[in-house]
Structures are given as C-alpha cells and as structure tokens.
Design a protein around this ligand. Structure first.
Ligand code: FAD
Length: 453
C-alpha cells in the first residue's frame, strides 16, 4: 500500500481534480472543505440559470470524491477549524494542497466606500451566493435588496452575469406588480422577448435598467482569454467581444458605459447613493483618466464586480493578493517544503505552460461559440482549471514519492483527528449519502420544471 497521505483544502474543481490525480496513483488524500458541499464556485458563483451545467459539474466532483482513496471532511475551514501552521508542521501529512479558490472580492478602491456594504453597495461574491440560494425554503443567509438603475462596476463575464441577474429580478418584480407571473428560466431566454409577449417595454414598467461601467473600451473587455498577438487575431478578438456584449445587451436590456472609472462616493442619508465617475481614454494600451471630467452618477445600488482574490489564511504567505509561491511549475508555497497551491488559489494560468497553450487554442476556437452556447464556454473554463491542476499534480506526484510519509503514530493521529472533525459535524463517511442529503432545493424543482441549462 502506498504510504503517503495528502491533505487537500478545498474540494471543488481544483481540489477534486487533485484528489483524482492522486487516487489514480494509489495515493490517499483527505479533502477538507469549509462548506457542507465541496462545489465552490459551481454552486455559489455559476448563476443558477446554468442548472444543467451545474448538475453535470457537481456530479463530476462527486465521482472524484467518492473514490475509496479519498476521505472527505465537510465544514472544516482551514484557518478556523484547522490551524495552518499546526496541520503543516504537526499532523504528518506527506504534502498539503491549498485548493481554496478565490473568494475575496477585490476592493472597489474608493476611500470609505466599504462602510456602505449592505447600504447601497454589494460585492459580487455575496451577491451571487444570495442570488443562487435565496429561493431555498430554508435559506438563512443575508437578504439582499435590489433596485432598478443600479451601477455595476466591472467588465468580464461575471459582471455581465450580475447585470443579467439584476435585470431579470427587477423586471420579474415589476411584472408581478402588473399581475404577470414569469420566472427566471423564461426571462433568461431574453427579457425583450418576454416583454414583447405582453406588449410591454422597460419604460412601460417604469424601469431604466442597470448600467455596466467599464474602465476601458467595449472591445477591450476581458471576455475571453483568446490570442491577440497579431493585428488580425486582435481585430478578431475585439469583434467577438463587441458582438458578445451587444448580444447580451439586446437580450437583457442593460446599459453600458465604457471608458469610465469610479473615483468617489456619493452618500445621502447614511446610504451610498451613487458614485462620481471619471472619463478615461486608452493610450498605448493603457487607461488614462481625463482630468476635469468627473460627474456625479446617482444610483440606488452599486454592485462591484471587479474580480476575486484568495482569502488570506493566517500563516500562509501572500504576495500581490495571491498565495506566494515559488518552485516554477509546482507552485510550492514560499517557505514550506511540502505545501502547494493549486487552482484559483494561485491563479494557475501562467504557471503551467502546457495547459496554457491548450487553454488558449481552445478559447480562441470557442470564443464565437459563446453567442450560441454560453454553457460551453463556462464549461471550458472548468476544464482549463482541471487541466492546470492535473498537469501540476502530475508534476508533483513524483516528488510526493520522495517526501516523508506519515509514521504509524502520525497516521493514527491523522485518523483520529479526521474522525473527530467528521463526528463534530455529523458526517459519517458516506460521501454520496451526505451530498444527496445536503443538496440545496433547486429553483427548477420549486417551479415544477425539468432542469434547464
Ligand atoms: C461566473 C464565473 C466566472 C468564471 N471566470 C473564470 C475565469 O475568468 N477564469 C477561470 O480560469 N475560471 C473561471 N471560472 C471557472 C471557475 O471559477 C474556476 O476555474 C474554478 O471553479 C475554480 O475552482 P477552484 O476549485 O480552484 O476554486 P473554487 O471553486 O473557488 O473552490 C474552492 C473550494 O475551497 C473551499 N474553501 C475555501 N476556503 C477554504 C478554507 N479556508 N478551508 C477549507 N475549504 C475552503 C470552498 O468552499 C470551495 O469548495 C468562472 C466561473 C464562474 C462561475
């Protein structure tokens, strides 16, 4: 029997793939996740209208974590239930993998604006968590209040998702006031279409729609990581970005304000009441702010969607917002011989050359496919992340063979500690039974619909 045991923190796309790669080599792993279910961004970041894709991706994780080489520990947060220094130095694992993803929103960067979180300001991660789960009968999380005319700060696919969600929610609520019942799955096929059926427009509903504020031009939006290294490829990528945004706007009726950055807050009656926006121009590929162009932009709601970085973990060194790694391809945590970061925790892209090459060629070819098959594009992002982790763990597997396996005493201690963490949360070792019992109630089920996607 292989003597090595690896601890993996985070059991989503990256952690599950890492455990799978180890299982295939006969190496056992213990996967700790902070949540009941180890689905990460698939459950809390991928908007719930991608129901079929979500179910498929989660089944993929279930398959990997049900392998007999894998022991799962739910509700075990590194940094809270488990101390990083303690587990790294005292438990005796052959190696530790940090696959904890990126859950901290990048700050909006306006002095004092975070005092208004929940009072006119939301960040993307809590927004999507609420959006995906608030319909659940036993939902006990934060309740968000939406409003028409929101400003969404950002420019990637995730910020378009926020605009879509805001538009669908505000239109649905306005239709209800007119006695018209609709649902997210209908609206997701196109808000314009639904309104047309009822002979209505946004203006008829008294709505102006939300506005996506982006600091560069539309054609610069980071919608795809496709190749842009020749003038022809750049022109093609720019055309695709413009087409994708136009398509989303025509279906979901939101507004776009490119070439503007927020520089200050507007506060009224103890709430954020808008932002001061400054014009920008693009010069030699760089954003330059235009002096004297500031204008107040009143809005009842601001949603900041400018990216996520890993949450700091006590004892884990960080640099530029991500875990500080060295050791090239293997992403070894600085100062630790046997701790490695994988997946979004280290933004794997760029660290593993082969899979970057793979990722780029696929992205280019599927970019235009986004117009007809957005699920395919999102799904490809998960595959890229898996490829990166797979390549990384392949490179590591050899090294693990040379690392110190736990002694008999340490093995027994790991077993006892794992069991006590599992017992404390009522997990009895049957991964599939646990996942089935804790899977959230789905909107499509409440609506009596088959899974959409
Ligand atoms: C809207 C959207 C946009 C996307 N955009 C991109 C993109 O631009 N580029 C890209 O590559 N991919 C993107 N993806 C794909 C996707 O997010 C990632 O590639 C993939 O899901 C990351 O997986 P992960 O396992 O690294 O992280 P996550 O899915 O974030 O999983 C991390 C896991 O770790 C757990 N965890 C966190 N902290 C702790 C802790 N302290 N202790 C224990 N467990 C912990 C969490 O509960 C979670 O299960 C996007 C996905 C969505 C839904």
């Amino acid at each position: 029997m292989n003597p090595h045991i690896v601890a993996i923190f985070g059991g989503a796309v990256s952690g599950a793939e890492a455990s799978h790669q180890l299982s295939q080599r006969g190496i056992r792993s213990v996967v700790f996740d902070q949540s009941k279910l180890p689905y990460g961004k698939i459950e809390d970041g991928l908007p719930k209208w991608h129901a079929k894709l979500r179910d498929k991706e989660e089944a993929n994780i279930d398959e990997k974590l049900s392998d007999p080489h894998v022991t799962f520990v739910p509700l075990a947060k590194l940094g809270k239930a488990i101390d990083f220094q303690d587990v790294a130095q005292n438990w005796g694992f052959s190696a530790l993998f940090l696959a904890t993803g990126a859950w901290r929103d990048r700050p909006l960067g306006i002095a004092g604006v975070d005092d208004y979180v929940g009072k006119g300001l939301y960040y993307q991660n809590p927004f999507m968590h609420w959006y995906n789960h608030y319909h659940e009968p036993n939902y006990e999380g934060q309740q968000l209040e939406l409003a028409d005319g929101a400003l969404v700060i950002g420019g990637g696919l995730a910020s378009i998702d926020i605009c879509k969600a805001l538009m669908m929610e505000t239109v649905q609520a306005a239709l209800v006031l007119r006695g018209i019942q609709t649902n997210m799955f209908d609206l997701e096929r196109g808000i314009g279409k639904v309104l047309e059926t009822h002979g209505l427009t946004l203006a008829d509903l008294g709505l102006r729609g939300c506005t996506l504020v982006y600091r560069r031009r539309v054609k610069d939006m980071p919608l795809f990581p496709g190749e842009t290294d020749t003038p022809e490829k750049l022109a093609k990528a720019e055309a695709v970005r413009e087409k994708v945004l136009l398509n989303a706007q025509s279906k979901f009726l939101f507004n776009v304000l490119p070439c503007h950055v927020p520089v200050d807050k507007i506060v009224e009656n103890g709430r954020l009441a808008g932002l001061v926006l400054r014009e920008t121009i693009m010069e030699y590929g760089k954003v330059t702010e235009v002096a004297g162009s500031d204008k107040p932009c009143h809005s009842p709601l601001v949603v900041s969607s400018i990216g996520s970085v890993p949450e700091p973990l006590p004892g884990v060194p960080m640099k530029n917002g991500i875990y500080e790694v060295e050791g090239g391809q293997c992403c070894r945590l600085k100062g630790f011989e046997n701790v490695f970061a994988v997946g979004n925790a280290v933004t794997g892209r760029g660290n593993i050359k082969e899979s970057v090459e793979h990722g780029k060629s696929v992205s280019q070819s599927i970019a235009e496919g986004y117009l007809t098959n957005p699920d395919g594009v999102v799904s490809e992002q998960f595959r890229q992340r898996e490829d990166e982790v797979s390549a990384g763990v392949t490179a590591l597997a050899e090294r693990i063979g040379h690392m110190k396996p736990p002694s008999d005493e340490q093995r027994s201690l790991i077993g006892q500690r794992v069991k006590s963490l599992q017992d404390a949360v009522g997990y009895h070792g049957d991964y599939r039974a646990w996942a089935d019992a804790n899977r959230p109630v789905r909107l499509e089920k409440l609506l009596g619909l088959e899974a959409h996607g």
